[in-house]
Ligand binder design. Structure first.
Ligand code: PMP
Length: 328
């Protein structure tokens, strides 16, 4: 089955959604994007998009800062996304990538007097990190780009050079993920995740003034901690040393879900194991994102109409009735 994308205002085969090498965004990083997960619930035969509205609101705000106009409202983008995922017929976990970018084919670095384009695609997507086992991290020499250089609250494509440098440095040190510090040497975030520490029974995470991307998973986990575990989150600057001394550390992000951190700079955290609060938050989060907790139903947007029949090719056919079975 051919995958579809939404490209220049229409659904087209993904293989045909192509841009020229002269495209402004490709040359200068002048795009903004989102990552949205669709989480498959096999019991309900349903795929739930996780907080797509909030992602499209963030995309809309990012566009404003980067002087781009989105031709669709967040509601329209939610509908388009459901339609795209349904057209592709995915019945597994997926990752949706909306991308707004300067599509003009022109040389000259700027934001003004350029054409804005929009594309949306989705791919099957399983685990990004070892969510069950946890990850080994190290602080890296690259500092997170400061908000005064590029607006860090916006998911600007060009910022991700910073994340790529950080993640590859971590990889070259045999670690799974990087922890970036700010230019003031305070804890900032991972290459694509926010970071939390559990310190004396409280959650602590860098506040938005610390050049973080203010994550939607971060917000979800803070609410789950408060409402389900009675844990408050203190948002404040964090020194690197506090992470070494923390009872538990974990990362949050659309791709990363809730990922336990087992080790930082070769120092074990939580005895090198998954800590109890991390485990509880991870379980609560997975229940919420797969539509298993009705209290958080507002976070989950179903792609398929309720009661959609399972496609013929996926139905379990009794032995003896399958094509190629010997005739009985
Ligand atoms: N920080 C960065 C740099 C990211 O790329 C992401 C992923 N979007 C996050 C944090 C987490 O944000 P969210 O929970 O909204 O995915």
């Amino acid at each position: 089955m051919d995958a579809y994308a939404f490209f220049r205002n229409e659904f087209v085969p993904l293989a045909e959604a192509k841009v020229s090498i002269v495209t402004h965004a490709l040359n200068y990083g002048t795009g903004v994007f989102e990552g949205i997960r669709g989480n498959w619930n096999a019991d309900q035969q349903q795929l739930y998009l996780f907080r797509p509205r909030e992602h499209f609101e963030r995309l809309t705000r990012s566009c404003g800062v980067m002087k781009m106009t989105l031709p669709y409202s967040p509601e329209e983008l939610c509908k388009l996304t459901c339609e795209l995922v349904a057209r592709n017929g995915y019945r597994e976990d997926v990752y949706v990538r909306p991308l707004a970018y300067k599509g003009s084919e022109v040389i000259g670095v700027r934001l003004h007097d350029l054409r804005d384009d929009f594309a949306l695609f989705c791919v099957p997507f399983g685990a990004y990190h070892e969510v069950d086992k946890g990850v080994r991290c190290c602080t890296v020499s690259w500092r997170r780009v400061p908000d005064l250089a590029i607006p860090t609250r916006c998911k600007v494509t060009g910022i991700y050079v910073n994340s790529a440098l950080a993640r590859t440095e971590a990889h070259e040190h045999d670690c799974d993920e990087a922890i970036m510090l700010t230019v003031d040497d305070m804890v900032c975030e991972g290459s694509g995740e926010n970071i939390f520490a559990v310190i004396r029974g409280e959650l602590v995470t860098p506040d938005p003034s610390q050049d973080i991307l203010v994550g939607i998973t971060r917000d979800s986990v803070m609410r789950l901690a408060r409402e389900e575990l009675g844990l408050r989150t203190v948002e404040r600057p964090i020194a690197r040393n506090e992470l070494y001394l923390a009872d538990e550390v974990f990362m949050t992000g659309t791709a990363a879900h809730v990922t336990p951190v087992l080790e930082i700079d070769r120092r074990p955290i939580a005895g090198g194991d998954v800590g109890p609060i991390t485990q509880q938050l991870k379980d609560l989060y997975f229940d919420a994102i797969t539509g298993r907790n009705p209290k958080y139903a507002e976070w989950c947007m179903p792609v398929y109409p309720a009661g959609t029949p399972i496609p013929a090719e996926e139905r379990e056919v009794p032995v003896g009735l399958r094509a190629g079975d010997p005739a009985s």
